[in-house]
Design a protein around this ligand. Structure first.
Ligand code: VGL
Ligand code: ZN
Length: 212
């Protein structure tokens, strides 16, 4: 695969709280790091996202009396999964993984900072209307193709990939550079939605071995 200046690697939420031992640990989440580092070397354009919640965030079970993490509640914008407190602004858990090695990343998009709306997607908050600004950035730089990697496959990666696709970008998800939470079948459902949307499901060796 030939990378061009119109390609972008989008590295989603590779943050301490999503790694083993973190507040919302994704199983084997740390295993994406060497894969992401290797992939990143092949891209000139790299964008990072950072889940970045205020302590009073609506997605935290701890902020809704009588609820438990991994349950759901209905909010004005739809159903919201309740999570353990995670990625609190300025906390160590919100920091990017120490061994993530992408010095050439140009932009970091923070998301989920509004107290009353979650934002799995790097493009739009959970109301599906409020933009983060990432689409405008990519459009101004004439990016045509986005490769999504990171955590978690079935939440922030899938929602970002689906929004990028709906915005008219060509989208691939590099499966072995992602790990999933897999809550009540969410991983299979996410792949089904991504396949239906025409998103490419790639493996990192396919991507890297074909580099010139
Ligand atoms: C994520 C749940 C809550 C993710 C973020 O990065 O996939 N999942 N916040
Ligand atoms: Zn979150």
């Amino acid at each position: 695969m030939q990378f061009t200046p119109t390609d972008c690697l989008l590295i989603i939420d590779v943050q301490n709280d999503f790694l083993p031992g973190g507040a919302l640990a994704v199983p084997d989440g740390d295993q994406v790091i060497p894969v992401v580092n290797r992939l990143a070397q092949a891209f000139g354009r790299v964008v990072l996202t950072q889940d970045w919640h205020p302590r009073e965030h609506v997605s935290f079970a701890a902020n809704h009396a009588g609820t438990q993490p991994f349950g759901t509640i209905d909010l004005p914008y739809g159903q919201q999964v309740l999570w353990p407190v995670h990625c609190v602004q300025h906390s160590a858990g919100a920091a990017l993984a120490d061994n993530l090695d992408v010095p050439h990343a140009q932009l970091m998009v923070r998301k989920g900072y509004h107290p009353h709306i979650d934002s799995y997607s790097a493009f739009f908050e959970a109301d599906r209307k409020t933009p983060t600004g990432l689409l405008g950035y990519l459009r101004e730089l004439e990016i045509k193709r986005v490769f999504c990697v990171g955590l978690a496959t079935d939440f922030c990666v899938a929602w970002s990939a689906l929004d990028a696709c709906a915005a008219g970008l060509e989208v691939a998800v590099i499966e072995d550079a992602c790990r999933a939470i897999d809550l009540n079948g969410s991983l299979a459902q996410a792949w089904q939605q991504m396949m239906d949307a025409g998103i490419a499901r790639l493996q990192s060796p396919d991507v890297l071995n074909t580099l010139s």
